[in-house]
Ligand binder design. Structure first.
Ligand code: PNS
Length: 162
């Protein structure tokens, strides 16, 4: 049983995240999309709203037989990976600029849990500029985000704005 976690804030889930989930699914039997509950941040969506949205969207992803689970966690990613019985942490790299931060996290996570490897996957180049932060900013200012986030996410963002 090859189990991985795909941790992140997912505030909100973007098509770039879905691309990484799709790409990682042939590599694992089970992937837990792990939504960080970060009390320090002021998110657009609550953890419950983010998890619910992701649960609605994931069945549309062709996973090649890989089981997708959505869960939330607080504290260290390495601890969550360990107690989930995962052997890998999946992270997406969009551009070289992501690499330095991701490398530091991967090395720290490996120091914390030497049995868990970080697996980097290269996001599709069409998503190389897509981030949750940019999507929220463009949306808030009335810009078009269609095609970059799932339709359901866009609809929920619209509801938040009203
Ligand atoms: O995709 P994001 O939103 O940048 O995800 C960042 C995330 C959640 C992976 C990172 O902030 C994290 O792992 N936070 C949990 C706390 C933790 O483990 N910190 C040490 C990381 S080495």
């Amino acid at each position: 049983m090859r189990r991985a976690i795909f941790p992140g804030s997912f505030d909100p889930l973007t098509n770039g995240h879905l691309d990484i989930i799709k790409r990682s699914s042939p590599l694992f039997d089970e992937i837990i999309v792990a939504v960080l509950n970060n009390a320090d941040k002021r998110p657009m969506f609550t953890v419950e709203e983010r998890c619910a949205m992701i649960r609605e969207i994931l069945p549309t992803v062709d996973t090649d037989g890989c089981t997708l689970i959505v869960d939330s966690f607080s504290g260290l990613t390495a601890d969550f990976a360990k107690r989930s019985g995962a052997t890998a942490i999946v992270r997406g790299i969009r551009a070289v600029s992501d690499y330095e931060y991701e490398l530091r996290m991967a090395l720290m996570n490996r120091r914390l849990e030497p049995t868990i490897e970080t697996v980097f996957l290269m996001a599709g180049e069409e998503f190389s500029y897509v981030s949750s932060t940019l999507m929220k900013q463009v949306f808030e200012l009335g810009g078009r985000v269609a095609g970059l986030i799932p339709e359901l996410v866009e609809a929920r963002m619209r509801e938040k704005k009203i």
